[in-house]
Design a protein around this ligand. Structure first.
Ligand SMILES: [Zn+2]
Length: 283
């Protein structure tokens, strides 16, 4: 069983729930260029193999006393050979799904909502409200968006999988627009681009603050040094790049520590200016 990684912020515990550590093909990045990729990876300290890049997948549990909020819920069963540990990580953290009252989703892509539903289609977290960027529900349930995906294609399968995972929460959900405090010290922060309703979750306790930045990056090896590299699945690639650049600049100035569904473990990290763009350093 994967042992939990626990970060403390005042009285708040942020527990990293590891789902797996996969490698994605470099073609995930449409702007991929071997020489630039190798230089970026060298600066990041991550291995470079010319074909694939490290993309960890994880969610988080934010615990204050008995109150538990989940941020992102891993990939669905069968997603890859190297994922599938999410519910074991949750159990290892001592959290029963029935004790979770809030599901704060950075966005509704399949590698973030995968374990929200059980194999029989029922809610894994029956007592929780699903909270998400309002524009994401509209996007992921849109008939027009669905019709633009190809039958039998990967995008269609991914959308089907997201829809199946969020369906049990259709009557226990809340879409937010703008910065929204969803519980004391927990704020949804819009970071649009990767998806229309993509959000970070800012966690505050006393004078301390940490940002779970959603899919601001997919690969530490490339995107800190090259923030202009987006991924195939960006719904609005230009907006995603603008959001990433703005956020890196802010974080390198105010030194807010970050965690994310695709950042290396354990973290948290600071964003620092570097010879090539930016880099992550342990906070
Ligand atoms: Zn993702």
């Amino acid at each position: 069983m994967t042992s939990p990684i626990v970060h403390r912020l005042g009285e708040t515990e942020i527990i990293t729930l590891i789902d797996g550590h996969g490698r994605a093909p470099n073609g995930l990045f449409p702007a991929f260029d071997p020489a630039r990729a190798e230089a970026a990876a060298a600066q990041s300290g991550e291995a470079y193999d010319g074909r694939t890049v490290n993309v960890p997948i994880q969610g988080f549990a934010i615990r204050r006393g008995a109150d538990v909020t989940i941020v992102d819920a891993g990939a669905p069963d069968g997603y890859s050979d190297t994922t599938g540990a999410y519910l074991d990580s949750l159990a290892a953290a001592g959290i029963a799904p029935g004790d979770v009252t809030r599901l704060a989703m950075t966005h509704l892509h399949v590698d973030h909502v995968g374990q929200l539903a059980r194999p029989d289609g029922s809610a894994t977290f029956p007592n929780a409200e699903l909270i998400h960027g309002a524009a994401d529900w509209d996007h992921f349930t849109s008939d027009a968006v669905y019709a633009r995906t190809k039958e039998g294609g990967r995008e269609r399968a991914s959308l089907d999988s997201s829809r199946r995972a969020i369906r049990p929460y259709a009557h226990q959900r809340r879409g937010v627009t703008g910065e929204t405090e969803i519980a004391p010290g927990l704020t949804m922060v819009p970071l649009p681009g990767h998806t229309p309703g993509h959000c970070g979750i800012r966690v505050s306790d006393g004078t301390e603050t940490l940002l779970i930045w959603g899919d601001t990056i997919h690969a530490n090896a490339f995107q800190l040094a090259l923030p202009e590299w987006g991924v195939l699945f960006d719904v609005d690639g230009e907006a995603a790049i603008a959001t990433r650049k703005r956020l890196f600049d802010e974080l390198a100035t105010d030194h807010t520590p970050v965690l994310g569904p695709h950042v290396p473990t354990p973290g948290p990290w600071h964003v620092e200016r570097a010879p090539l763009g930016f880099r992550l350093v342990p906070a």
